[in-house]
Design a protein around this ligand. Structure first.
Ligand SMILES: Cc1ncc(COP(=O)(O)O)c(C=O)c1O
Length: 466
């Protein structure tokens, strides 16, 4: 088989897989051992026909080895689907196989990245002068922003962290909400900030940071270089921190405010009133592979302090073909990676094909679906919604019948396991305020009202209430 035939075969397999998704069972059914046995064995010594390799790979993995993450009935973690234009552009990114670190070797890709970054900033209502970087996801978006913040707050006290490192540097205060996502402390570990001294600010009942509590924490140790991390979209409840108010508090104390918007930043694209004062922060991170519905992996750092952002990331080498400062944009100046995939292409295609109204429509539909889950489930006796459903997240608790040894945690976990076995939809569990919950995240453009209803029916069957 020649290369063209082989690529058609791969494309056909991908198309067939996606066409079957709306009807397919969501949950994987193959055993790990059967997958290992079918694909593994000793490292191959001799070549094999590429079409045989691809066909076997697809046959085995597709036969029960995949989770239907692109299905409209997948509600686990926070996982978006892939809008068609973004998926197509992602395929092109592989076919073109460009190293997208520099402008000069691949001007078309670099310009698409420039435009995609500017469009995202405009749609989110963030400052026009902000810099940006397309990274692998929310983890690296937070880490890149924290690196820029580290540079800036130390520069303000006369310390050049890029040259002198952290040994002997003034201590940085890292202040986060009680509900901070685990990727922020992980970023702090990677950047040498550590987690032991991280200070936590109280949150409200739904998990949103309390401005007065932040004020008190910051006032306790004035005049230290300080980074505050808030979030738009709590991973459990979807709660949105009051960014504008927090920015005013943080800035009054001379602190940098970072917004972890991995989940919820795109909510600003349709209705900025959902995230008032968002533009007042110093840096933002978000995922394109969540609510923008771009294929994995793709996140975005946006920074209101381009000098600090660039200083934290830039790199030079004599063999590179780098643009003079102030001319073309070399992604390597803004990204933690050196060589990198052209992951802005799918973002460009998503934003161009959806427009601001299309992005807003995805957000609005997901929020309405989350509301529908909450309304239908809470109408059934013995089922309680634990969060205020302000976004796309729903936390459901199943109460055990009264009697001795009532264990609502066990009952809730039992229902989750039964839903997962059923396979109509997939969702996971979590713990909220010490209580086991079923966690529903509606993040896919593919989800329809019928998907929600079929999934509610499956949940009620699993709970013995259907
Ligand atoms: C609030 C928050 N921040 C960061 C992340 C990490 O994003 P990623 O998985 O894309 O690295 C997540 C993931 O769910 C999240 O919910």
């Amino acid at each position: 088989m020649n290369q063209s035939e082989l690529l058609r075969l791969a494309a056909e397999r991908g198309i067939r897989y996606r066409e079957a998704l709306p009807q397919a069972r969501v949950t994987p059914s193959a055993s790990p051992d059967s997958l290992r046995a079918a694909l593994g064995g000793p490292a191959p010594e001799l070549p094999s026909d590429p079409d045989v390799v691809l066909t076997r790979l697809a046959d085995v993995v597709e036969a029960g080895g995949l989770m239907g993450m692109g299905s409209g009935r997948f509600f686990g973690f926070v996982i978006g689907g892939a809008v068609p234009a973004a998926l197509g552009a992602d395929w092109l990114a592989s076919a073109w196989d460009q190293n997208a670190g520099l402008f000069a070797p691949t001007p078309g890709v670099a310009i698409v990245e420039e435009i995609a970054g500017r469009w995202a900033i405009e749609m989110l209502g963030l400052p026009a002068h902000a810099s940006f970087a397309f990274v692998t996801g929310g983890q690296m978006a937070n880490t890149t922003a924290l690196a820029a913040a580290r540079n800036h707050v130390l520069a303000q006290v006369g310390w050049d962290v890029e040259a002198d490192g952290l040994t002997g540097a003034p201590a940085i205060r890292l202040v986060v909400g009680e509900e901070v996502h685990v990727t922020v402390p992980r970023g702090a570990r990677l950047l040498g900030l550590g987690t032991r001294t991280m200070e936590r600010v109280a949150v409200d009942a739904n998990g949103a940071m309390l401005p007065d509590a932040l004020d008190q924490v910051l006032a306790a140790k004035p005049k230290q270089p300080t980074i505050v991390c808030c979030q738009t979209g709590n991973v459990n409840t979807g709660a949105i921190d009051p960014v504008g108010v927090l920015a005013a508090v943080a800035h009054r104390h001379g602190a940098w405010l970072h917004v972890d918007g991995a989940i919820g930043l795109w909510a600003a694209a349709g209705r900025p009133s959902r995230l008032p004062g968002l533009e007042l922060a110093d840096s933002w991170s978000t995922d394109a592979h969540k609510w923008l519905n771009v294929p994995y992996d793709c996140g975005l750092t946006i920074c209101a302090h381009p000098v600090a952002h660039r200083a934290a990331m830039t790199v030079t080498a004599s063999y590179l073909v780098q643009a003079a400062p102030g001319t073309d944009r070399d992604p390597v100046d803004w990204n933690p990676e050196f060589s990198r995939r052209a992951r802005s292409l799918p973002v460009y295609a998503a934003l161009a094909s959806l427009g601001r109204s299309g992005v807003a429509d995805i957000v609005d539909r997901c929020c309405a679906h989350a509301r529908r889950f909450a309304d239908r489930l809470s109408a059934v006796p013995g089922i309680v919604i634990l969060n205020d459903v302000v976004l796309n997240q729903v936390l459901v608790r199943f109460l055990a019948p009264s009697g001795v040894d009532v264990d609502h945690d066990a009952r809730t976990r039992g229902v989750i396991a039964a839903v997962q076995r059923d396979g109509t939809c997939w969702l996971g569990g979590s713990t909220w305020r010490g209580q086991a919950v079923m966690r529903i995240s509606v993040s896919s453009a593919a989800t329809t009202t019928d998907d929600v209803d079929a999934s509610v029916d499956a949940i009620l069957r699993a709970a013995g209430a259907g």
